[in-house]
Ligand binder design. Structure first.
Ligand code: AMP
Ligand code: GLY
Length: 424
């Protein structure tokens, strides 16, 4: 079968690597892909949000299944676009329709969903410009720190943790009155601050049954010891030692099952991934957020641990017989180290030639922000490469990934050497 994968980051490289190993695959296309994905399939120069171009390509190249990597095409309705088109409607799209993508596209929607289905999450209230004065008074009685979240997609920047009443009130005004995050902050969710340790849980569902994929921990801050600015993610580890069987049973019973049954009760069809960002607070799981895609760089740690044929699992979603499919997971530990560009997550350098990729033998390189130019692999994004090592112990996995990260070079290269140290 022919598969079209939409996206261009490290997540898509990991998907492409895994899909390319399937005996069911004839041809894999990646739109637009990066300098590394060409090793697993054919890159095609199409923007994932250009639905008309995607349609044209799918029909001309007999694509049998579309896997959507990032959230944007889903929130913009790519799945609905396929269903509404007589020529496309029978070609399965892995990723929810707009109604399900709201779980990520609107924080207010996802908080209401969790409340309605008794899913543990931080207490919250939502406000708009019309209710700004109520919002300011609400803050006066709130505990600190307090969390302010832009309702809509804000490129990962829409969450503010405020330490004082003055700061929180100033930010609420900036968001609602001065459109600090554009339209995304037309509504703001004010939320209780949760303390604990975070992890990412991934669920694949055909809308009826589900599989819990390997969990992972993401390292979000730019600096060693988890300090400094927030990034898209500087590394990841899977499995997560504190997510033991007892904890994961709580996650499944209190969060995964009510999420799947809640979608059904609300008549929201859902075929795709649910990424549950969780806080472990004194051994109890609370949902921080839902995403309607896989995480990046978590996917780079998760895919190497999946031993089953990933295309079989995707077909299970497409054909609504996921319950008949087997998910075999490696007990080994995967550690991913992200190599980023100088300046990231602020303004960063681009166009630097990357050398040393051939020196890596005991890890997998998943390219992210790279392009092929004049026969050279060059940096093109803030997050440049993910390097994943799968080993018997976490210590060995982390050490191997860090060692291999050092074997690649480009001007301004930076990576964290402490991924997983908090868990060792
Ligand atoms: P989000 O964009 O929803 O992933 O939030 C970004 C980050 O803010 C999360 O990964 C957490 O580290 C933090 N965060 C969000 N909500 C809360 C909360 N209620 N309590 C503590 N930290 C939070
Ligand atoms: N690594 C977090 C995310 O993909 O949103």
């Amino acid at each position: 079968m022919n598969i079209l994968l939409l996206g261009s980051g490290g997540r898509e490289s990991a998907f492409a690597w895994k899909i390319s190993q399937s005996p069911l695959l004839s041809q894999l296309f990646i739109a637009p892909g990066n300098a590394g994905t060409g090793a697993y399939g054919k890159n095609v120069n199409i923007k994932p949000t250009d639905f008309a171009a995607v349609k044209d390509f799918v029909l001309k190249n007999s694509v049998n299944l579309v896997l959507v990597g990032p959230e944007e095409p889903l929130v913009k309705g790519i799945h609905d676009y396929f269903l509404a088109d007589s020529a496309l409607k029978d070609i399965p799209v892995i990723g929810p329709q707009e109604s399900g993508a709201m779980l990520e596209g609107s924080k207010n929607f996802s908080k209401a969903f969790m409340r309605r289905h008794f899913i543990p999450t931080a207490a919250s209230a939502s406000f708009t410009l019309n209710s700004l004065s109520e919002g300011l008074s609400y803050l006066e009685t709130h505990k600190f720190p307090v969390v302010l979240k832009a309702d809509g997609l804000a490129a990962g920047k829409g969450v503010l943790i405020c330490q004082t009443l003055e700061e929180a009130q100033t930010e609420l005004i900036a968001m609602l009155q001065d459109a600090k995050f554009g339209e995304a902050s037309n509504m703001v969710v004010i939320e209780e601050f949760l303390t604990g340790i975070e992890l990412s849980v991934f669920v694949l569902t055909d809308g009826h049954s589900y599989k819990i994929l390997p969990e992972a921990k993401d390292y979000k801050r730019i600096g060693e010891g988890d300090t400094g600015l927030n990034t898209g993610g500087m590394g990841s580890i899977s499995p997560v030692p504190f997510a033991d069987a007892a904890f994961m049973k709580k996650v499944e019973d209190q969060i995964v099952k009510p999420t799947i049954s809640g979608l059904k009760l609300d008549q929201i069809p859902y075929k795709g991934f649910i990424f549950i960002g969780l806080m472990n607070t004194d051994g109890e799981p609370y949902v921080i957020e839902y995403n309607v895609r896989m995480g990046d760089p978590e996917t780079e740690s998760v895919m190497p641990r999946i031993e089953s044929d990933f295309v079989e699992l995707l077909l299970g979603v497409a054909n609504e017989n996921l319950h008949e499919k087997e998910l075999v997971v490696s007990p080994k530990t995967a550690a991913t180290v992200m190599l980023v560009a100088s300046g990231y997550p602020g303004e960063y350098m681009k166009g630097k030639a990357i050398t040393g990729l051939d020196n890596i033998r005991d890890s997998q390189v998943f390219q992210a922000g790279t392009v092929l130019e004049d026969g050279l692999v060059k940096t093109a994004g803030g997050r440049v490469l993910a390097i994943t090592s799968l080993q018997d112990t976490m210590f060995d996995a982390v050490q191997q990934a860090v060692t291999d990260a050092g074997r690649v070079y480009y001007d301004g290269r930076y990576f964290r050497t402490d991924i997983g140290f908090d868990l060792l």
